[in-house]
Design a protein around this ligand. Structure first.
Ligand code: ZN
Length: 173
């Protein structure tokens, strides 16, 4: 049987709150509620909970494509109040779309003996898709919880779920 971890991607104020720098839209509240239920479920069965959080210096080259967001030390970089981590949860900062790219994620999962990751968070077609892709390239089993995901672009959201399922072999549920 596989050992699972719940992964929560970019549920930070700049993406989730209406006055955030890259607000993903009115679906944000629905996603917060759905992830909150998943956190309860994961705690009940002692699955590790890992937050991946976008975190940039103020001159990050990503800002050539996107407005500045999630800058170190700003409120926008904080995890939203409704999903605050508890002691024992793991928070891993990331600078790029993929949560695996030059972060502690792979090493942390290996240390915990995890072979399946349950992905939640935003946005479906950016950080979720590229984290799913790298997870699959590294041979993790990946499950995408689609009700726990959203994007500012509905069409791209649907495309990304399809790409995960058909091309990457992600279990989309
Ligand atoms: Zn970013």
């Amino acid at each position: 049987m596989s050992k699972k971890a719940l992964i929560i991607i970019d549920m930070v104020r700049d993406f989730i709150e209406p006055d955030g720098k890259l607000y993903i839209g009115p679906d944000a509240d629905k996603v917060v509620d759905a992830i909150s239920q998943e956190i309860k479920r994961a705690r009940a069965c002692k699955q590790p909970i890992i937050y991946l959080c976008d975190l940039h210096e103020k001159d990050d080259s990503e800002f050539e494509m996107f407005p500045p967001h999630c800058i170190v030390g700003t409120p926008g970089a904080e995890i939203v109040d409704a999903l605050k981590p508890q002691p024992g949860d793991i928070v891993i900062p990331k600078r790029r779309y993929s949560g695996f790219f030059q972060t502690d994620l792979d090493l942390t999962l290996r240390e915990l003996g995890i072979d399946e990751i349950l992905l939640t968070g935003v946005c479906t077609n950016i950080c979720n898709l590229y984290t799913a892709a790298d997870g699959r390239m590294l041979n993790y089993k990946v499950t995408a919880l689609k009700d726990c995901m959203s994007s500012f672009d509905e069409e791209a959201h649907r495309f990304a779920l399809k790409e995960m399922e058909k091309t990457l072999g992600v279990n989309v549920v």
